[in-house]
Design a binder for this molecule. Sequence first.
Ligand SMILES: Cc1cc2nc3c(=O)[nH]c(=O)nc-3n(C[C@H](O)[C@H](O)[C@H](O)COP(=O)(O)O)c2cc1C
Length: 358
Amino acid sequence: MNTIGTRLRLTIFGSSHGPGTGCVLDGVPPGIEVDREDIQREMDLRRPSGALGTPRTEEDLVEVLAGVVDGATTGAPVVLFIANRDTDSSKYERFRTTPRPGHADLTALKKYGESADLRGGGQFSGRMTAPMVAAGAVAKEVLRTIGVQVAAYTQKLGPIEDREERTFKEVRRQGRDNPVRAADPAIALDMIHEIMEARTEEDSVGGVVRCLTVGLPIGVGEPFFDSLEGELAKMVFSIPGVKGVEFGAGFRAAGLRGSENNDAFQVRDGDIYTVTNNAGGVLGGLSNGMPLDMKVAFKPTASISREQKSVDLERMEDTTIKVEGRHDPCIVPRAVVVVEAATALVLADLCLRGDFIA
Ligand SMILES: Cc1cc2nc3c(=O)[nH]c(=O)nc-3n(C[C@H](O)[C@H](O)[C@H](O)COP(=O)(O)O)c2cc1C
């Protein structure tokens, strides 16, 4: 439904073209430093960037309605709200009879009938990730108390792939410096070019966000169904546009021999490490002390300017549709901070469940 988490419970509400979106984050321990400006900085990373984005570029101002007093959490639910400003929904009316390919118009209409809210994609809109990002900023503060840090970057955009093994520090340093959130400025230029080309061709591109987490103690995750991978996958698949998740070698592991895939153990400075990280930091559904390494695949943006085949639901016959307006040819750069937030929320919940956080 609209609530996720066990000890740290996130409920999101609102819609793309209603008064706004927001969240209630329950279970945040008292005394966590939370600064509205820090949350706002994360929100700003979700905005479309200049020429790469949609016209809907107004700042998403986050309001802290409850749970924080004098810059620290009180133990009460943290309530965050983001007002909508661009709410002209007239252009969405015709999708009730002619659903847009790649969007949830048809599935929502079949499930909710005439009551379905299709304005701006309603509940299925990428806009619902705004409160996730705000809540994620709080979760990052919770994790910071035990030295856990999360950082993500655009690892692949259309055919442009960053094949370098990136360190956490590199991702942290570069991943916020360019509009596509790439870990390397030269690769960023190629990615920008790819987005521009897709726009010129009235098309869109997808990509892969890679998210690294460092500082996780060994043993985070719960058996059996609440494994670290399972909990993360569930959260990440809630992000609109996500079509795949892998950890470490992921699907590539299926083609390796055990001798190639097993991560050999090693003692270094009194701690146990693995020489490689094909497991992506997870063994038996529990964190193994190595960096958590997750990749999330996003499909190309559904809204494209080209004419597409659809159906007329009233006449029950084939037709075509042209989705008017300017479109974001790639949502991946905006989704980078969303993946970070989703990861931080799950990890904070599991760390609280495992008593890694008091
Ligand atoms: C941050 C973010 C922004 C998004 N913006 C758009 C957009 O501008 N246009 C679009 O077609 N899809 C956008 N999406 C994706 C759609 O909401 C999503 O593809 C659609 O609702 C169908 O859901 P599904 O792809 O998960 O099946 C966005 C997703 C995210 C995470």
